[in-house]
Ligand binder design. Structure first.
Ligand code: AMP
Ligand code: ZN
Length: 439
């Protein structure tokens, strides 16, 4: 494709020199430190690190003087410990999926939301989206950012958006056909599911105007992308985001689909060794650390995403100067992503610990059932409960299933085991078996 055919939303900033980008980053970083000093959470930490004013930061690499922030810190700061503006200025909150114990919540002002939408619109444009597109968003609407944050970005770009949200495949297909949907946004597993459903519902691909799919929210392989592209005859783009960083689109593939550009005027990225927290050389895999520069309501400085990736050295054919990251290879913590929903084994444990009649041992298995993920939790019950009649045990099973579904938003299969039947491992307990090969 000729250079002039590469689509841009804001060519000046998307192709800015490193020097120009660093100027923007430095101003943004100072602002985040200034905002941080206004929050109860960061004030102490920054002062402890010897940072009492934004003037302590004179170059982008001074970011290393600042403390890291973790998901747990966000929980500790819940609900308003990270608020840097008067409460009346906040117009929306979002939360991470699968962290309903104490959720990790973000707050946004109207200006923050405008910038989040603009980032998303920029990403969609980079992937070749235009105002003539009809975009069907199959991600869950609600606290999860994949719904609303994607939606507003697509609207800002000028596309017609169909907010079908997740699930109800028959209705999804009907809308796709009747409205001539050209772009869909869904998890990789759902894209596979959709492919199977198109065939079994008797639709033909010629009935559909689909040309692109935007996918993300969970790890997936290049092979899976190729498979979906081949089966559906469309282009599939990888999109990375997380609620803590304003949702999808913080890193996105351009039309060359050769890694995801991180929008470096809005985020500072570092890749560090997860053990030493020291930077790794470009091209080497490490944990992605992000600092958001495009949000006033809530600063997040050197946030440990736990996601493992590497910088792709060299420049992209599209001419963008914002560096690219490779597909994620995993996480540094035990978070599972099940059909796009984040689940921590500790959440399962939380339900078990508060339930009468249940022992301390459990075992989680995650596997593929068709194209979707299925989670099974084996639970040991106490000897007293074991002696009870079958109806009581059945009721316990139902209750566990409901309580877990309420906490993690997906329904696991519960298998009740007799006392002492789940082996106790020596050393660090192995409580999870993930039988899915990366799709
Ligand atoms: P949430 O805050 O619920 O949106 O979850 C964010 C997490 O989902 C990230 O930290 C990643 O672990 C995962 N994730 C999001 N997008 C992708 C992607 N494109 N590839 C792999 N994992 C992803
Ligand atoms: Zn590019």
């Amino acid at each position: 494709m000729a250079e002039q055919d590469v689509p841009f939303r804001d060519k000046k900033i998307e192709t800015a020199s490193r020097e120009e980008l660093e100027k923007v980053q430095l101003a943004g970083l100072k602002k985040q430190v200034e905002n941080g000093l206004k929050t109860p959470f960061y004030r102490d930490r920054l002062i402890k690190a010897g940072i009492t004013s934004p003037d302590a930061i004179t170059k982008v690499s001074d970011i290393r003087l600042l403390p890291f922030t973790t998901k747990n810190d966000l929980r500790e700061a819940y609900p308003f410990g990270l608020l840097a503006v008067p409460k009346e200025e906040v117009v929306r909150i979002h939360a991470s999926s699968g962290t309903t114990g104490t959720p990790t919540v973000i707050y946004l002002t109207q200006n923050d939301l405008n910038l989040a939408s603009d980032t998303m619109a920029r990403s969609l444009t980079a992937a070749g989206g235009t105002r003539s597109d009809i975009i069907q968003n199959m991600m869950t609407y609600g606290l999860f950012t994949g719904g609303l944050c994607f939606h507003y970005g697509a609207e800002l770009m000028g596309a017609m958006v169909i907010p079908t949200s997740a699930g109800n495949t028959i209705r999804q297909l009907k809308f796709m056909k009747d409205f001539g949907t050209t772009i869909i946004h869904a998890t990789p597993s759902y894209l596979l599911h959709l492919h199977a459903a198109i065939e079994s519902a008797g639709y033909s691909f010629e009935d559909l105007k689909l040309r692109k799919a935007i996918t993300g929210a969970e790890p997936h392989s290049e092979e899976l992308r190729c498979k979906i592209q081949d089966k559906l005859g469309i282009e599939v783009y990888n999109c990375y985001g997380m609620s803590e960083m304003n949702g999808p689109g913080l890193a996105f593939e351009c039309i060359y689909r050769a890694g995801m550009h991180v929008w470096e005027d809005r985020y500072i990225m570092e890749i560090v060794n997860p053990e030493t927290l020291e930077p790794v050389p470009d091209g080497e895999t490490g944990e992605l650390i992000l600092t958001i520069l495009c949000r006033d309501a809530m600063p997040l400085i050197r946030y440990r995403t736990r996601d493992l990736t590497r910088i792709i050295p060299g420049t992209c054919e599209c001419g963008r100067t914002h560096r690219r990251i490779a597909r994620f290879t995993g996480r540094t913590d035990d978070m599972l992503i099940i059909n796009g929903v984040n689940v921590f084994p500790s959440q399962i444990e939380e339900v078990l610990l508060r339930t009468h009649g249940v022992g301390a041992s459990y075992f989680i298995t995650v596997e593929k059932k068709g194209v979707l993920d299925k989670m099974t939790v084996q639970v040991e019950i106490t000897p007293e409960m074991f002696a009870d009649d079958a109806r009581v045990i059945h009721a316990l099973k139902d209750r566990l299933c409901q309580e877990m579904a309420a906490l993690i938003t997906i329904r696991p299969t519960i298998i009740i085991k007799q006392p002492g039947s789940i082996p106790i491992s020596e050393g660090k307990a192995k409580r999870v078996e993930d039988l899915r090969n990366l799709p």
